[in-house]
Design a protein around this ligand. Structure first.
Ligand code: NAD
Length: 358
């Protein structure tokens, strides 16, 4: 079945990517949504189980660094645009394996940019945008005051942030050198369903519910700005459709919270959900040695995207409530992620497609 146009989404089986794919598949039924994902530990095809069988969702198991695969997809589908979401994304892991982060987040991004540019040079009338999903962490750390603007200089401080900054730099270079229509978004911390349980909010929910220690780095004073993942995904669509080539767009809902306050807010919601007496969760909070190079605070000014008509729709506490409920009612998903059983989903999915029960 042919579609009016095709877009490529990399990293579509991860946390943000799966929400983006679900959104695009349902909203643009006349577009083919091609998902390219290497299914690393962070990629879980089960995150897409409710859209994977939609006629306009096409999943491809592959690596963004593999130019042969990427070129083959461009030749086959003639993409109208790219949402580049795939990355190694966990700061703690980047501290132990920075080379992996450089390979995926820098080299992988350059491979995609190069192949997409090769396609665009031949079919510029049929290629709209290459959207690169980046992070607020490339700007480094703020003190109590101040905010980063789209013009702030880069000052990455973790290997993760440095690798994202490297990918961004190549995207900007492709715009300035070749005129390739790139847009780059920087969002704040996302939260919501399907986030890998090693990240702060899901880990805190699950450990409070299970009566396990909840580690808090340092004294928990570090401040993060949180955005409901579905608000982020709508913003990506807006920037993809209406962003200026070469443009940079911040995506923030201006929800600045100290980590320790997030932990308390989650604890209260978990206690309430489980019908426990108020404050039960407190016994499991553990302050642990701070992460090396832990940035104190991030905050973004985000007026430019509001000029494109985007507004966040879900408040932090409402989103947190939905997230707590989701994790506590999706224990099978959590168990399969923790046990590694989720990695069998690809095999099961294809066996089902091929009509085999093996
Ligand atoms: N999570 C956040 O709070 C946040 C905030 C700002 C920006 N971002 C950015 O958003 C993007 C998505 O973040 P996330 O939290 O959803 O990440 P995630 O770790 O949940 O998902 C990453 C996905 O990319 C895939 N992937 C990794 N390496 C790949 C490769 N070589 N080839 C193909 N696929 C590969 C993984 O399998 C996984 O499905 C990243 O670029 C990240 O830097 C995330």
């Amino acid at each position: 079945m042919g579609f009016e146009r095709y877009v490529l989404v990399t990293g579509g089986a991860g946390f943000i990517g799966s929400h983006l794919v679900r959104y695009l598949v349902r909203r643009y039924r006349d577009w083919g949504i091609v998902v390219l994902d290497a299914l690393t530990y962070a990629g879980n095809l089960e995150n897409l189980s409710d859209v994977l069988d939609a006629p306009n969702c096409i999943f491809v198991h592959g690596d963004i660094r593999d130019s042969v695969v990427v070129e083959g997809l461009f030749r086959r589908y003639g993409f109208w645009g790219v949402f580049h979401v795939a990355a190694e994304s966990h700061v703690d892991r980047s501290i132990y394996d920075p080379v992996k982060f450089a390979e995926v987040n820098v080299v992988g991004t350059v491979v995609l940019l190069s192949v997409a540019m090769w396609w665009w040079r031949r079919h510029s009338d049929r290629f709209h945008r290459f959207l690169l999903v980046s992070t607020d962490e490339v700007y480094g750390s703020l003190g109590e005051e101040g905010v980063f603007t789209e013009e702030s200089p880069y000052n990455p401080r973790s290997p993760y942030a440095a690798s994202k900054a490297g990918g961004d730099m190549f995207a900007h270079a492709f715009f300035h050198t070749y005129g390739f229509p790139v847009v780059v978004t920087h969002s704040t911390n996302n939260f919501g369903p399907y986030q890998f349980p090693e990240k702060l909010i899901p880990l805190t929910i699950l450990h409070f519910a299970e009566g396990k220690p909840v580690p808090v780095y340092g004294t928990g004073e570090n401040v993060r700005d949180w955005i409901w993942v579905e608000d982020h995904v709508r913003a990506l669509d807006v920037v993809f459709q209406r962003g200026e080539p070469g443009g940079v767009y911040h995506i923030s809902a201006h929800n600045e919270w100290r980590n320790i306050d997030v932990v308390h807010a989650v604890g209260k919601l978990v206690d309430a959900y489980l019908g426990r007496s108020e404050g039960t969760y407190r016994r499991w909070i553990r302050f642990v040695a701070d992460r090396p190079g832990h940035d104190f605070r991030y905050a973004l000014r985000a007026e430019r995207i509001r000029g494109l008509g985007w507004r966040p729709q879900v408040s932090f506490l409402e989103g947190l409530k939905r997230t707590v409920e989701w994790y506590l009612t999706h224990r099978e998903w959590v168990d399969r992620v923790r046990s590694g059983a989720y990695r069998q989903y690809l095999k099961r999915h294809y066996s089902a497609l091929l009509g085999s029960s093996s």
